[in-house]
Design a protein around this ligand. Sequence first.
Ligand code: PLP
Length: 395
Amino acid sequence: MTSALMPTYARQPVAFSHGEGVWLFDTEGRRYLDTTAGIAVCGLGHANPVVAEAIADQARTLVHTSNLYQIPLQEALADALRDASGMDLCFFGNSGAEANEAAIKLARMYGHKRKNIDVPTIIVMENSFHGRTLATLTATGNKKIQEGFEPLVQGFVRVPYDDIAAIEKVAAENPNIVAILVEPIQGESGVRMAKNGFGYLEQLRAVCDKHDWLLMLDEIQTGNGRTGKYFAYQHTSIMPDVVTTAKGLGNGFPIGACMVRGKADDLFGPGNHGTTYGGTPLGCRAALTTIRELQKGPIENARVMGERIKAGFLKNLGDLGVTVEGAGLMMGVVLPRPCTELVARARDAGVLLIVSAENRIRLLPPLIINAEEADLLVEKISALVRTFLAEGAAA
Ligand SMILES: Cc1ncc(COP(=O)(O)O)c(C=O)c1O
């Protein structure tokens, strides 16, 4: 029988029956070291027992009511995120794209309400990824993702990542700019970091202050401990005006959040935004439990293990021209030549990994990875890369 699924994903020939920590087990009983964590989602590992118990208990108690009513667990989750982020207010949706939709709407409201701008325009970056809805795919800096879906949404201007002069040029030419939407580290395009690391965020903050724009950080992938701080901007002393997050927020339970602070606080009122499933008791219990568990150690572990893994790769592969980019457990291992075939080879060797931008191995393991597992990850991937590069040299 042919599949009844729309063929929107080029799936690999493997299915998993269960997981435990950094390990996934396929339906044939083979074990894999998972360096993807469901693409930066399961920070606390697969089948985390504390999150599983919280979800089961909440499912037995109350799954969903409606945003027509008070939802104490939603309030509690917003409080926890406020404490973790230093932001003021929170809106909950179900995914990263939805969180970014909220941010885009906020920027437009800011333009109309505060700046009397009819076509509020957001600066976005080349090589960025912000989601697959119409507005977020327009914001995304990847033509392949946009192709076939024209007309795209108006109100976006694109500049190269890590290029403040390009932003200043747009500012001089376009009086309609109201905000910058940017990933602190670009994830989907292969873990790309600005030359001066998180210092780029400080430069962006200064530009936004100068022009009275909103600084909107897409922390959908970098958030929830991934880079070794709860949010990536916490590696600096700046505060953004809008932050979006999702992925690791529910450890696999679908939930996203858009947070605001300061001048973005009073842009939305009743009726401006909403979604049926946003902030259900079940979703909020899952996320609240995830945040509490992340704060007990995995975030610091991400920093320590990230350094250990990076050092391991540089030691094993540095002589072959391999470099490592990123922070914490969001890492791009950059090879001197395209390496997409490593995905299948690694899988055969019992390791799940992602290759982006043809020559970047993207590592996003669970944040609870221990030293032994981290060393195994480095050892296994280094061996694969060494053989692969030697073949290239011989050819
Ligand atoms: C930085 C960033 N923004 C937005 C998204 C979209 O999130 P979702 O797939 O949950 O809609 C992603 C997903 O990969 C992402 O990495």
